[in-house]
Ligand binder design. Structure first.
Ligand code: ADP
Ligand code: TRP
Length: 323
């Protein structure tokens, strides 16, 4: 059974980009693969220095995962900082990673271009991510397209390590289906917590309505034919609608006669109904944060022996055991 692994930053509410690109697929994998799913609070710390936010957010993210159907009995589910071996491995890997490899990181360069003053953690973010993956010898990594280069960096680091010390790490493969590679936000850019353009999974109904009505569209008149493939609204619609509804809307776009306003109204209903069955469970979990914390601690206990074993092998091979 192939080993699937992916992590998610807990900062901010989780959105439908996170859901379709990562969470939904992870939940599906739990029935067919060996699944490793975790909440990356050390990564969040590269930009989050508020005590309350950092301490509350892993449980909030875990509540969403559990409400949406992740079953901790069927997978390994934990918070990154509960397995300290990851930072030890990250240090060892960082000593085998060239500066140039990290300097080429798009995600780092984009953040600098936005004027963020980088800390060292932001620069070495991909090394910690490599440690996350290699510590568990994961094979398949379901992520969105923005994470592809991080997996490539992981492969580079693993290859170099294997070359120096002998076969140690499995080289992971990113799994990025085209239809969810980049989910647009309401402004048409990639949906992201950091761009303020998200539709959250558990959005309140009135806010959902306002956000959907604000989705950016062009000014093609109602009667004119429209291109479904360049339309953000259509891209979001097809995530929620059945294949029949999607194909019928595609035909109506191509023929002309459909207004964006009417599609938006339908989309509001589709999104709300799609997540409605999960809301009840989420409301229950929100009242019982202690049980969720317990699930995460148990998850770390179940996962940690795998991390300890890999780290032991790495320390032995590199020469860190000095007698
Ligand atoms: P954000 O950009 O909102 O901070 P994260 O970096 O925490 O999101 O992403 C968690 C997972 O969701 C990653 O696998 C990432 O690739 C995926 N993801 C996030 N936003 C999108 C999007 N708009 N389209 C496709 N995948 C996305
Ligand atoms: N960097 C990823 C993101 O922002 C989160 C992440 C951390 C991750 N470690 C990982 C994803 C390991 C996949 C595998 O979305």
């Amino acid at each position: 059974m192939a080993r699937v692994l992916s992590g998610i930053q807990p900062s901010g509410s989780l959105h439908i980009g996170n859901y379709f690109a990562m969470m939904k697929r992870m939940i599906e994998y739990q029935d067919s693969h060996e699944l490793f799913c975790f909440i990356v609070n050390y990564h969040a710390m590269t930009s989050q220095h508020d005590h309350k936010t950092l301490s509350d957010s892993p449980i909030n993210a875990a509540i969403d995962f559990l409400a949406l159907g992740l079953d901790p009995q069927k997978c390994f589910f934990w918070v990154q900082s509960d397995i300290p071996e990851v930072t030890e491995l990250a240090w060892i890997l960082s000593c085998h990673t060239s500066l140039g490899l990290l300097e080429r990181s798009h995600s780092y360069k984009d953040k600098i271009a936005k004027g963020i003053i980088p800390n060292c953690g932001l620069f070495t973010y991909p090394v910690l991510m490599a440690a996350d993956i290699l510590l568990y010898n994961a094979e398949l990594i379901p992520v969105g397209k923005d994470q592809k280069q991080h997996i490539e960096i992981t492969r580079d680091i693993a290859e170099r390590f294997n070359l120096v010390y002998g076969e140690t790490f499995v080289l992971p493969e990113p799994i990025i289906p085209d239809d969810i590679a980049v989910i647009p936000g309401i402004d048409g850019q990639k949906m992201s917590k950091s761009y303020g353009n998200t539709i959250d999974i558990f959005e309140e109904e009135d806010i959902l309505r306002k956000k959907v009505m604000r989705i950016k569209t062009d000014s093609t008149p109602i009667e004119a034919p429209k291109d479904p493939d360049s339309c953000n609204l259509f891209a979001l619609y097809k995530l929620f609608a059945s294949p029949e509804k999607t194909s019928s809307l595609r035909d109506r776009y191509l023929k002309g006669g459909v207004g964006y306003g009417e599609v938006k109204k339908e989309l509001i209903e589709l999104i709300y109904e799609y997540f409605a069955p999960f809301r009840k469970k989420r409301n229950e979990l929100l009242k019982d944060r202690a049980s969720v914390a317990e699930i995460l601690k148990k998850g770390a206990d179940k996962t940690r022996p795998i991390a300890v074993k890999t780290l032991d092998e790495v320390k032995r091979k590199t020469g860190l055991y000095y007698i």
